[in-house]
Design a protein around this ligand. Sequence first.
Ligand code: PMV
Length: 357
Amino acid sequence: MSRQWIADAPSNIALIKYMGKLVATADSSRNTPTNASLSLTLDHLTTRVRVREVDGPKGSLSWSPLVLPGWDVPVISQMGQARFLKHASRCLEKLESTENRALLIESANSFPSDCGLASSASSFAALTVAMAKVSGRDVDDPAIRRRLSELSREGSGSSCRSLYTPWALWKTEGAEPVSGLPKAGQLRHLALIVDEEKKTVSSSEAHVRVTSSLLFRGRVARADERLATLLDLLKRSSGENDLHAWNQAANIVWAESWDMHALFETSDPPFGYFVPGSVQALNAIRELSSEIRNELGTNHFREPMVTMDAGPNVHVILWVDPMTESFVHRLQSKLHGRIKIIDSNQFRNSDSGKRPV
Ligand code: PMV
């Protein structure tokens, strides 16, 4: 009888960014970051990987989309498939798998694949966990999990953070969980989808190009300083009354996002991800925040935490309090339905990994 293994893994959004590799190369197997990064795990945006024994040449690996009701069928280029399969084979080798039948690897996303949200972090993390299951490893064992995070990093750097939730800190080899920060239920995540096109400069390419920016010189010190301050502020912001720590944390996240985008724009040659919709979304958030600040007073408003990935879409992290629902509604009306919002709240009561109803 043929066997199968299934693994799900979430996406993540970095608040302190991984941008730049120690050995500046487009070879993704050497993903050693120049600076430590911190991310919030997006448990509602997941990839499912199913691995099945199939007939075929011994030890061969192939990929195809996983078709499941309510899940999105990913479209992966030939190059993307080759990278995915290379990572699968790396995992089997490094985890000393004894599996020698032909394996079919299938994957699907719980979020629209064409919405411009990164799926490489969730895909590579899910693939790593699936291959660990194939290799007979206990993926819930903390030591194994750490090993899997290190291994996932070799496939896609930022994916190593997707092995932990709700927060992951990645210094060098693999990521680690961080305790004492706000809990998942205290936060709400919005992705403002302003452009669904595939990006013209891949993140692998961006890691190489940013090292040509003059601003890269001080980058590691800036990121390290922000990380230390942000961790401290986030720890303090969990208290019901510590709104100031949260608001300062939001400022740091904003500055860090601009730091990364400034690196892009000052590279040689420069490149960038902003489109008119990005600016429109940022302005709408700024306008709304200012309105609410005026209505409530600065001491009563937890500011939205805003960041952008290497792409045009805008990520917003909201502190859940009595204001949150009205913030989301008012933002929706300011965007006039022209910008699609993927809201973690739509997924709250559904099984993780399922599309919203
Ligand atoms: O993991 P990569 O090589 O796709 O790099 C991702 C880098 C950013 O998403 C831009 C930032 C980050 O830390 O996730």
